[in-house]
Design a protein around this ligand. Structure first.
Ligand SMILES: Cc1cc2nc3c(=O)[nH]c(=O)nc-3n(C[C@H](O)[C@H](O)[C@H](O)COP(=O)(O)OP(=O)(O)OC[C@H]3O[C@@H](n4cnc5c(N)ncnc54)[C@H](O)[C@@H]3O)c2cc1C
Length: 458
């Protein structure tokens, strides 16, 4: 808890409604979309880098935990103040400072909503590719702190590939500004990349310099359905062998397809074992030519369905199958828990089989879908949380799934991070000598472990 002196200091630094001290109000900033929650001692809403800097000087001197947060769409409890302390909402630092169509660079504050930023670039025919499914409401700062991925990662990479530089406030009030506006920079260790994906464990990002691309002129999509996952993966390989690099390559397994069919989507016939969705982009002529080449490349895999779409309306119709997944899965069970493991691309069918065995061996079903193009699988365990026995089995199945992903050369999280939800499994992925290095690096930035403590290695 804060004492009177500490409260007075915070009120002077954060006047008016930029501080929440009433526990009921502050509680709203102690929860995120993981469902985890904890009560902070206070929540503050800075508008300037100087306020963040002063706060971190004070927090280190007083040894108070600090929890940065933006829109709270973290799936893993990344924002939750598990050790009390001060929650810092970055949503009032939300200015786009500069968009430069010659340098192909933008400078932004962390609280800018990603989708709004992308929309703002469009009239200038500029493009910021990272597109987590939460882009409509999550922020550029949150995306950078989590190294958010998304559907365009196959061709364009993830958030890490678009952060050229940043400013960050560190515990004790130091400010660092690694990187800059250059698209190439090998001077010193890459502190920018170290910050991207650090989940608020090193300091608070106060500014980002982002790389932009020219906006592609056109896009098109293709849906292909197959008897099973092996056939789908072979087909995807045929597409790559034809020299086509899609923007997105998504898959849905048979359980997921059963759910979307029950939700009224009739794109795939009963008995379909797996479906693939491709998206291509580029100039208009190139996209149409690639679409035809992709269609021809997939035919030898004898798809049950092969549909192409080259207009926005037709594409919408195909992508409905992917958009409805999350809601549709509730038709199969009252509750689901999602893991976002990743495995090497060629191991996806083996991974899906292993995840199924981990669930079915405990009397549960599992639905797998996601980003085939980068081996990032959303594994949804289906269960009934009202049944205590099912809850116990679901936890055991989750652990079986994480083990199976690691056994296949994969990782615990492709894009959501570990946070609270998977923090306990950190040592499954990283051997002691690696954990020691991780902790030593954190200590350079945050010697007293006040930044987002209680998660992962902090
Ligand atoms: C429906 C839905 C779909 C999603 N789809 C995807 C997806 O496709 N791909 C994907 O990668 N993720 C996805 N996510 C997860 C989530 O949206 C991302 O992790 C996103 O990047 C979080 O952004 P945010 O603004 O909500 O940040 P928050 O959730 O508020 O914070 C996330 C983490 O970043 C830290 N943080 C936030 N701002 C700062 C800052 N300025 N400085 C330092 N640390 C900071 C926080 O401490 C926390 O650890 C999805 C979530 C939902 C709810």
């Amino acid at each position: 808890m804060l004492n009177d002196r500490q409260r007075d200091f915070l009120v002077s630094l954060f006047p008016g409604d930029s501080i929440l001290l009433d526990p009921e109000q502050a509680a709203a900033l102690g929860v995120d979309s993981s469902g985890h929650a904890a009560l902070p001692w206070a929540a503050v809403r800075p508008q300037t880098e100087e306020q963040v800097q002063e706060l971190l000087r004070f927090a280190q001197a007083e040894n108070i935990p600090v929890y940065p947060r933006a829109r709270g769409t973290s799936r893993v409890g990344g924002t939750v103040p598990v050790r009390g302390g001060i929650v810092v909402s970055l949503l009032r630092m939300n200015r786009v400072l500069d968009v430069d169509a010659t340098d192909f660079v933008a400078q932004v504050e962390p609280g800018v909503v990603t989708g709004q930023f992308q929309a703002l670039l469009k009239p200038q025919r500029l493009f910021y590719p990272p597109d987590p499914a939460s882009a409509g409401y999550s922020t550029l700062g949150g995306n950078a702190a989590t190294c958010a991925g998304g559907m365009r990662a196959v061709k364009y990479g993830v958030t890490r590939d678009y952060v050229l530089g940043l400013s960050a406030a560190l515990p004790g009030g130091r400010i660092i500004r690694p990187g800059g506006r250059c698209h190439k920079d090998v001077s010193g260790l890459d502190l920018t990349r170290l910050f991207v994906g650090s989940g608020g464990s090193l300091g608070i990002i106060t500014k980002l310099t982002l790389k932009l691309l020219p906006l592609p002129e056109a896009q098109a999509s293709l849906l292909a359905a197959f008897t099973d996952m092996d056939a789908a993966l072979s087909a995807a390989q045929l597409g790559f062998s034809a020299g086509i690099l899609p923007v997105s390559l998504e898959f849905l397994d048979d359980v997921t397809l059963e759910a979307v069919a029950r939700a009224g989507c009739e794109l795939c016939p009963p008995g379909t074992g797996a479906a693939l969705l491709f998206r291509l982009d580029g100039s208009e002529g190139a996209v149409l030519a690639d679409l035809e080449r992709l269609r021809a490349a997939l035919e030898p895999a004898r798809p049950l369905v092969l549909e192409t779409a080259a207009t926005p309306g037709a594409e919408e119709r195909l992508w409905e199958i992917r958009r409805t997944v999350s809601q549709a899965l509730h038709r199969l069970s009252p509750d689901k828990s999602g893991e976002d493991v990743a495995v090497p691309r060629g191991r996806v069918p083996a991974a899906v089989a292993a995840f199924r065995a981990a669930a079915e061996g405990r009397g549960l079903r599992v639905a797998c879908f996601g980003h085939l193009g980068d081996g990032n699988i959303h594994v949804n365990l289906l269960y009934d949380a009202q049944d205590p026995d099912e809850l116990v089995r679901a936890k055991a199945a989750k652990e079986g799934i994480l083990r199976a992903a690691l056994d296949l050369g994969g990782t615990l999280s492709g894009e959501h991070g570990l946070g609270l939800a998977k923090g306990p499994y950190l040592a499954w992925r990283h051997p002691p000598e690696e954990l020691e290095v991780l902790r030593a690096v954190k200590a350079v930035f945050d010697p007293q472990n006040i930044m987002n403590p209680g998660k992962e290695w902090g």
